[in-house]
Design a protein around this ligand. Structure first.
Ligand code: GDP
Ligand code: GDP
Length: 458
């Protein structure tokens, strides 16, 4: 028994594009399925190991008569009734339009379980809409690009608990069977009891020691499982308790090992690491102590930051280093200089080979994950903001005083904040950095990107 996801929203936001991505080639058209109107396409969707039924309510655009509005409404209502959860899609480049409000209303009236998705979210043009989208009152929007496959990891994150709840319900609803079911208990419906694993990606240049590290964590004797189906088909993951915490670890070794040409290998590991980053909550950037901070390492670390992942930097092969003190100082300096955007991220030295330092790595991962999920109350933030403004008032470019009135946290994973301010365009980057660094230090948030948005409040 799988759950059903309906994709709804006004025409042209990208519903069919997402539908096609989720369903892939095995698309089942609706005509021959009972109980579904011709306008609703239904297919079998999947993201990684998640399976579900998807309904696309697009296909309305073809209707050009006056009844379009009415039909659209009826169709959306039907889709909502058929679904366990609705993915309400808006176009992040167009902003929140009055037509979107119509759909939001339908969803509210129907009391639907809603996932808000801001599509076409690639690029900066979408930033403003993401904030506007909160005003729809449908929770935290997922920023995605159906066309480019971005945001699928986040979508998977929100769908997984729904899938689990659905399974649990199905198991509870299943009639008790008294007849002889034989000895094979495997077939009995199983209720998942496991907490959701913390998702980690281990990235780094070839030979940094990723496979060695992962094998050490999972125990030498166990082979990496995978490849997983769906969009993670090229990334390999394994689930394992580490320090008593369930974790899912993504690695890309299997694929790299298949590549033959060196140049091709480098390219593969970057795009591959990229995929792993998208699925991860915490990214471990694994560096080789003998060749740390290579171009490729910097690129992937930067990508992890831009994707908003929590980052832990691990220096591997520490066992071969003789001048540990001097080297550590040198590494910290390089880190500050080459990856200023990751300021505050933990730097841990490890030996994947001997296992030394892995407990500290595990703790750094847990902590980065905790900080990434941190929520700070509005009251605390505003007290803090007042202090920051007193200590160092914002500049008055061209005699225009920048007044900051109010601050609130709009999102976690990573933490994102909005400051209502006059003249947001005039705010120098240096002042934004002052605030972000202040947040990081005063609220003790190492190892996570922090987003700060300014919103015009006259
Ligand atoms: P629907 O009417 O909601 O089903 O929208 P479609 O899936 O037909 O998409 C409408 C248009 O938006 C098409 O031209 C798509 O190629 C485009 N589109 C869909 N997703 C994205 C995206 O993530 N980014 C961008 N830039 N365009 C997209
Ligand atoms: P990957 O390409 O990143 O998966 O790297 P591998 O795990 O295949 O390791 C590359 C090489 O580095 C192998 O020869 C490993 O034995 C070696 N290596 C990995 N970790 C360590 C370590 O902590 N210390 C030392 N001395 N060698 C290591």
């Amino acid at each position: 028994m799988t759950f059903t996801l309906a994709i709804v929203g006004r025409p042209n936001v990208g519903k069919s594009t997402l539908f096609n991505r989720l369903v892939g080639k095995k698309l089942a058209l609706v005509d021959d399925q009972p109980g579904v109107t011709r306008d609703l396409r239904e297919g079998e969707g999947r993201i990684a190991d998640l399976r579900f039924t998807v309904i696309d309510s697009a296909g309305l655009e073809e209707a050009t008569d006056d009844s379009l509005q009415g039909r659209m409404r009826r169709l959306t209502e039907r889709a909502v009734e058929m679904a366990d959860v609705c993915l309400f899609m808006i176009d992040a480049r167009a902003g929140v339009l009055p037509a979107d409000e119509v759909f939001a209303d339908i969803l509210r009236k129907k009391n639907a379980n809603v996932i808000l998705a801001a599509n076409k979210g690639e690029g900066k043009a979408a930033d403003a809409t993401i904030l506007e989208a909160y005003a729809l009152g449908l929770g935290e929007p997922i920023r995605m690009s159906a066309e480019h496959g971005e945001g699928m990891g986040e979508l998977m994150d929100v769908l997984r608990p729904i899938a689990e709840a659905h399974e649990e319900k199905a198991a509870a609803d299943a009639p008790e069977v008294d007849v002889d079911v034989g000895e094979d208990d495997e077939d009995a419906p199983r209720v998942p009891t496991r907490a959701k694993p913390l998702q980690i990606a281990v990235v780094g240049r070839p030979n940094a020691g990723k496979s060695t590290l992962i094998n050490k964590i999972i125990g030498e004797e166990r082979l990496l499982t995978g490849p997983e189906a769906g969009i993670t088909r090229d990334a390999i993951s394994v689930q394992q308790d580490w320090g008593g915490v369930p974790m899912r670890i993504f690695d890309t070794a299997g694929m790299r090992k298949k590549a033959k040409v060196q140049e091709k290998l480098e390219k593969l590991s970057v795009s591959d690491g990229l995929r792993a980053v998208k699925f991860a909550e915490v990214v471990v950037v694994l560096l080789d102590v003998e060749i740390p901070f290579e171009q490729q390492d910097l690129r992937i670390a930067d990508l992890a930051e831009r994707e908003g992942r929590a980052v832990v930097v691990a220096i591997n092969k520490w066992d071969v280093e003789d001048e540990k003190q001097t080297k550590l100082k040198e590494l910290r300096e390089s880190f500050e200089r080459l990856l200023p955007q990751l300021r505050g991220a933990p730097l841990v030295t490890v030996s994947a080979k001997t296992g030394k330092g892995l407990d500290r790595l595990q703790q750094a991962i847990m902590r980065a994950h905790e900080v990434w999920n941190r929520r700070i109350s509005t009251a605390q933030l505003n007290r803090w903001l007042t202090g920051m403004l007193e200590q160092h008032p914002p500049p008055a470019p061209g005699g225009k005083r920048i007044k900051m009135r109010y601050m609130t946290q709009v999102k976690t994973r990573p933490p994102a904040f909005v400051v209502m301010t006059s003249h947001p365009d005039l705010m120098p980057e240096s002042y934004k950095r002052y605030l972000v660094n202040g947040l990081r230090v005063d609220f003790d948030m190492p190892g996570t990107p922090i987003r700060l948005y300014l919103r015009d409040q006259g």
